[in-house]
Design a protein around this ligand. Structure first.
Ligand code: RP5
Length: 160
């Protein structure tokens, strides 16, 4: 239901975090490389047809001159979550962030923080959960686990 795409295999360590949290939340996903710069025909084909294959949310990560999320959002009617990656060709990550974040009116990309693949996966699950009550309950349990973890850490500090 979620397609995780990235501009290069060098983005995989970040994008794998999205895959991992979707696995935890039992959300089906696919993972592949689609480069806006190096495989433009593949990108057009992907973006034109993703919804026909049952994909409901796209998570797209890229670094440097990061056109992939914006171009996919320009072509596909599906919601696109963009992950700015601090890549080897990136200037401190700001180029990736601004390339993905500063989309013109009419073509939004829901941009998460730099290297925040996990948050992108969580957001994709939350979007799908709005019309899936079982997944909604798993998202609630996930959020509860965050609270529990903090309370346990706090109790540990308070005991010291
Ligand atoms: C972008 O260029 C990719 O998304 C990657 O973040 C960056 C560097 O790619 P490689 O040169 O490592 O393949 O298009």
């Amino acid at each position: 239901m979620v397609s995780i795409i990235m501009g290069s295999d060098s983005d995989l360590p970040i994008m794998q975090k999205a895959a991992d949290v979707l696995t935890e939340l039992e959300v089906p996903f696919e993972l592949s490389i689609v480069s806006a710069h190096r495989t433009p025909d593949r990108m057009f084909q992907f973006a034109r047809t993703a919804h026909e294959r049952g994909i409901r949310v796209i998570v797209a990560g890229a670094g440097g001159a990061a056109h992939l999320p914006g171009m996919v959002a320009a072509i596909s009617p599906l919601p696109v979550i963009g992950v700015p990656v601090k890549s080897s060709n990136s200037l401190d990550g700001w180029d990736s962030i601004l390339s993905i974040l500063q989309m013109p009116e009419g073509v939004p990309v829901a941009t998460v923080a730099l290297n925040a693949g996990r948050n992108a996966g969580i957001l994709a699950a939350q979007i799908l959960a709005t019309c899936n009550s079982n997944l909604f309950e798993r998202v609630r349990a996930f959020k509860k686990s965050l609270e529990t973890a903090v309370l346990e850490k706090s109790a540990k500090i308070e005991r010291q």
